[in-house]
Design a protein around this ligand. Structure first.
Ligand code: DGJ
Length: 694
């Protein structure tokens, strides 16, 4: 039965989700150690596993190797440290003393103290369906330096082999799925940039090398944090693999002391059977039910002006786009960069958040009113954490940016990073954002460069800015949302540089990538969707040739790719031909018909992105399914395989309301759906299937 039980005589806690169980216990020396993680087991069966640690037969290993719940440095522990402390007298080792536990509403708190020093450690475990959320809290009566404080260490079962899945990327090429066998020793996935990053994303999935899309056991660990982070997989010759991770920056120390506790972000762990597909669906269900602030909502179709206008923003130009957008069925009109200060290019004005009066002589109101009058919501672009050196803000407050007094201030994208850990900077940002949130229904919150010279002259504990900057951004987002309940927010960092479970808890969608090329997007969306749901995946249809890649792709294909997420339009629609406008109108309407299935349904990846062949995904929600199939290039007289579907009822019949054809669920699952893709390159279809009610 789902819930948490305590086996007193074994000093063991058993946490059972819908289909999985996790168990830990206290060792003789009070160290919390791992017992079990895997398919659901009754507590009575878990008891059989207790104390089955390896005999201590050599003098070079600790018998607890690799099973610590939070591998603490010191004594005979040589594993990758998850918790490393330095007490004032130079002592580095930690010795656990168990104090108490507390269980309430699926949340287990285990309280410990150090045996000698006034340091308290609380380990948190919270069940969210099958996802187990874990985090660590530290508090101290005297000053302690915490060199590393991971949220959790996750011990995997002993497998014959271990394979890791994760994503890598770069700007405009985010979330590329990688899958390969785990090296012995330590593999570190990390961001040292102060933001989540484009080059990696804070999650890893582990299987024994045999899992497929539809079969096999998959373990996943993800971190809810938008600053610097690291996840370390450790594979030892003794057979185990652990994943330990949390926030943190190499060389940066957390100073914990009286009145200065430290709470780590959540590390979420998930065990699933049923392959990578089932793992992703379980993660999506978790994000929709427990992470996103308004999970039940359907995200509107938006228009964004960036690719159409760049920095050449004018009231008349935005109005013309808004009129076109409304006529196409757009529900949310977003004006991007270039509306404020002297921001007529990327060289100036960032930080001066007052409307540019030469572009908007009467302020924003006429445009906002017009957009509302057209029946759309109004959204606006902001980049609160940044400043151009050529700005009034920087001239007035050069000390507000991250800097070291005797070091150059490295510019990237001609901008510097404001130190949001400073209360005066955070208060300034709140003041203007709060005002803007009174006008706009939606903010696109951008962040276009990583940290550098992350100093804070005059502050005794400069290291804290690495955590406190992110915390301040979170606090600001939380406050704006609380004060403006209708406000919705998109997270963006030069495309997908800030996508993680932490930011998803306080935003409504994410800008997946600055690359809107539909072909590249198939790969980006494939990687994104391993962990994150379509409900938050913003995807625009833009122009030919593409703004970033210069590739031209037919409009229908571009739409079909974007319709597999939260559809948006981002092209210069004023220039579109009548034919394109007519097709766009039709496809926006079609998207509205299927969007509940896409945004709230279960994702089945039927065929992964391939250069030569068909890529396909399917969404299923209750009695409805939608299939998206894409073929990049056609070869003459090449046979086309039927597409085997998933997630349907084999006993039911399904109607394709567009063709009028009916199919039996059993045939669609066992044999497949004939795709009848149109001839030529860049062919795509969207097929609806509705269960026929008998
Ligand atoms: C980067 C974003 O990812 C783009 O969509 C756009 O908003 C630009 N910044 C504007 O400067």
């Amino acid at each position: 039965m789902a819930g948490i039980s305590f086996l007193d005589e074994h000093r063991t806690w058993v946490l059972t989700g819908e289909t999985s169980t996790y168990a830990l216990r206290l060792g003789e020396d009070d160290v919390p150690v791992h017992v079990y993680w895997g398919p659901a087991l009754p507590a009575t069966a878990v008891v059989e596993l207790i104390g089955k640690t390896l005999p201590w037969w050599d003098g070079f290993n600790d018998p607890g190797e690799g099973v610590d719940e939070l591998a603490a440095d010191g004594g005979t522990r040589y594993w990758t440290p998850a918790l490393q402390v330095r007490f004032a007298d130079g002592t580095r080792a930690l010795e656990w003393r168990y104090e108490s536990h507390h269980i309430a509403a699926g949340h287990l708190r285990l309280s410990f103290a150090d045996r000698h020093y006034p340091l308290r450690i609380t380990l948190h475990y919270r069940l969210r369906g099958d996802v187990l959320e874990r985090w660590t809290e530290l508090s101290a009566g005297t000053d302690v330096e915490v060199v590393r404080a991971d949220s959790a260490t996750w011990a995997l079962p002993i497998f014959e082999d271990y394979r890791l899945s994760h994503v890598t990327g770069r700007w405009a090429a985010e979330t590329r799925l990688q899958r390969g066998f785990a090296h012995h020793g330590e593999t570190v996935f990390a961001s040292r940039r102060g933001i989540t990053g484009h080059h990696a994303n804070p999650w890893v999935m582990v299987d024994d090398g045999t899992a497929t899309e539809r079969h096999g056991e998959v373990y996943g660990v993800a971190l809810a944090w938008s600053g610097s982070w690291r996840l370390t997989t450790t594979r030892a010759s003794t057979g185990r693999l652990t994943v330990s991770g949390g926030f943190g920056q190499d060389g940066v120390v957390h100073r914990v002391g009286p009145g200065r506790p430290l709470t780590t972000p959540v590390s979420a762990g998930l065990y699933t059977a049923g392959g990578f597909g089932a793992a992703s669906r379980a993660w999506h269900a978790y994000v929709r039910a427990h992470v996103l602030p308004h999970p039940g909502e359907l995200r509107p179709v938006l228009y964004n002006s960036w690719e159409a206008t760049g920095f050449d923003v004018t009231e008349a130009g935005q109005l013309a786009l808004a009129e076109r957008a409304a006529a196409l069925g757009v529900e949310l009109f977003v004006m991007d960069d270039g509306w404020f200060g002297a921001r007529t290019g990327d060289h100036a004005g960032l930080g001066d958040w007052h409307v540019n009066r030469s572009r908007f002589p009467d302020g924003l109101k006429p445009l906002v009113d017009a957009v509302h009058g057209l029946g759309m919501q109004f959204g606006i672009w902001v980049e609160p954490e940044m400043v151009n050196p050529d700005s009034d803000l920087y001239r007035a407050h050069p000390d507000w940016v991250l800097h070291h007094p005797h070091r150059r201030r490295s510019e990237l994208q001609r901008q510097l990073v404001l130190n949001f850990a400073r209360p005066d900077v955070a208060a300034w940002a709140h003041e203007w954002l709060d005002r803007l949130a009174g006008t706009a229904d939606f903010l696109k919150w951008d962040m276009n460069r990583p940290f550098s010279e992350a100093g804070w002259p005059g502050e005794a504990d400069q290291d804290r800015l690495w955590v406190d900057h992110t915390r301040a951004v979170y606090a600001l987002l939380d406050r704006l949302r609380a004060d403006h309940p209708g406000l919705r927010i998109e997270s963006c960092a030069g495309g997908g540089g800030r996508i993680d479970l932490g930011v998803l808890a306080r935003t409504d969608q994410v800008w997946t990538s600055d690359n809107t090329d539909a072909l590249d997007r198939l790969r980006i969306q494939h990687g994104y969707g391993q962990l994150y749901p379509a409900r938050a995946m913003s995807a625009w249809v833009t122009d030919n040739p593409n703004f970033v890649t210069a590739r031209s792709i037919p409009l229908g294909f571009r739409f079909h790719v974007a319709m597999a997420g939260v559809l948006g339009l981002g092209g210069d629609i004023v220039q579109w031909s009548e034919d394109d406008l007519a097709l766009a109108r039709e496809l926006v309407a079609r998207y509205k018909n299927i969007r509940a299935v896409v945004q709230h349904g279960a994702l089945y990846r039927l065929r992964p992105p391939v250069d030569d062949g068909v890529t396909a995904v399917q969404y299923v929600l209750a009695d409805r399914a939608v299939v998206f199939a894409y073929r990049q290039s056609a070869h003459f007289n090449a046979p086309e395989r039927p597409l085997r579907l998933d997630g349907l009822d084999p006993a039911a019949k399904y109607l394709d309301p567009d063709s009028g054809r009916t199919h039996s669920g059993a045939v669609l699952l066992a044999h497949g759906l004939p795709l009848d893709l149109p001839a030529g390159d860049f062919a795509s279809v969207v097929i609806r299937l509705d269960r026929i009610k008998i």
